[in-house]
Design a protein around this ligand. Structure first.
Ligand code: FAD
Length: 295
């Protein structure tokens, strides 16, 4: 094992394990003093400003075990160290999780998409994280590994608050297990941001649905970011849509419940005068895309 010492404003020792077991062994000895590094697009900002709060930085970006994509029965597994650019180009993700491809394509800029990873986006747990709602509509489980083994946890409970996950010392995020929706399901992701690129989303909406032969909604999942302390499923809106034939009135009714959920989760805020109609518009656009748009 080689370690090098870097100084930005935070002082830390940098360690790049060659294998996953080398990484988990290191974490089992030094987990509470370590931060994991993938693309560094969030972590290096913390390090530069002196807010790293760790003695060791463990670089997992090149671990092959965290860079695989596979399909097993009804689940798609995506390694945590894959970048947005890699995710966007992968045929399995394109086929089974188009809303994640769309969300990835809207992150930051080309440079950020080439460096930033899915594991880093979930690990950072920003309320505005673009990948998280797109993962939530696939009932995603976070695959966690340590020296003593592997277990998985639903993404919705893994993120416990703004910039806070339930990751325990000694563990890392190895990947994500996504439910595969049946062929013919309809997927969408849209976001609102100040600019087209290099802007954090003000709200992001992911949706996936299946329709009955008569056009009624069979199953639907809808998740939004940036409207609550952590990205959340919009279960009231989902229930409002289920078993009903979507039309503009029903979509508007469901979108209204999303605005109400935002207030319930975040409390009334002065900015909501502007944000409520924006969130309603974003939800309507996303639902119209899955019900009436070209896929
Ligand atoms: C200019 C700019 C624009 C951006 N635009 C967007 C945007 O549009 N949308 C968006 O969602 N984000 C955006 N971001 C934020 C950032 O790019 C993403 O959150 C990115 O996915 C972070 O991934 P990373 O690999 O760089 O993570 P890192 O910075 O390496 O790590 C981030 C956090 O995750 C932890 N972590 C990393 N890997 C693991 C692992 N395997 N297991 C456990 N914990 C881990 C780290 O310890 C750290 O706490 C932007 C950032 C910048 C600088």
């Amino acid at each position: 094992m080689t370690t090098r010492t870097y100084e930005i404003r935070s002082v830390f020792e940098y360690f790049r394990p060659q294998t996953l077991s080398e990484a988990t062994d290191f974490l089992s000895a030094h987990g509470s003093e370590s931060r994991l590094l993938a693309g560094g697009t969030d972590l290096m900002i913390a390090a530069r400003s002196g807010n790293l709060g760790a003695k060791y930085v463990v670089d997992v970006s090149r671990l092959e075990e965290l860079r695989q994509i596979s399909v097993n029965q009804d689940r798609l597994t995506i390694g945590s160290a894959l970048t947005y650019s890699e995710i966007m180009c992968n045929p399995l993700v394109q086929r089974h999780a188009p809303s994640l491809v769309r969300a990835s394509s809207q992150v930051g800029s080309l440079q950020i998409r080439n460096a930033g990873t899915l594991g880093g986006n979930v690990g950072n747990a920003s309320p505005a994280a673009d990948s998280v709602p797109a993962l939530m509509v696939h009932d995603t489980h976070v695959i966690l590994k340590s020296a003593s083994g592997e277990f998985s946890e639903p993404l919705g409970s893994f993120i416990v608050g703004p910039y806070k996950t339930g990751l325990k010392p000694g563990f890392l995020i190895a990947g994500f297990s996504l439910e595969i929706w049946p062929d013919g399901s309809r997927h969408a992701y849209n976001r609102i941001a100040r600019r087209r690129s290099l802007a954090i989303s003000r709200a992001g909406a992911a949706a996936v649905a299946t329709l009955d032969p008569d056009g009624a909604v069979n199953r639907i999942k809808l998740a939004l970011s940036s409207i609550s302390p952590q990205p959340s499923r919009m279960r009231v809106a989902e229930d409002c849509l289920k078993c009903r034939k979507p039309d503009s009135r029903l979509i508007a009714e469901a979108a209204q419940t999303v605005a109400e959920e935002m207030v319930r989760l975040s409390g009334e805020r002065p900015s909501f005068v502007y944000k409520k109609p924006a969130v309603i518009g974003l939800t309507i656009k996303t639902l119209e895309e899955i019900f009436f748009g070209q896929q």
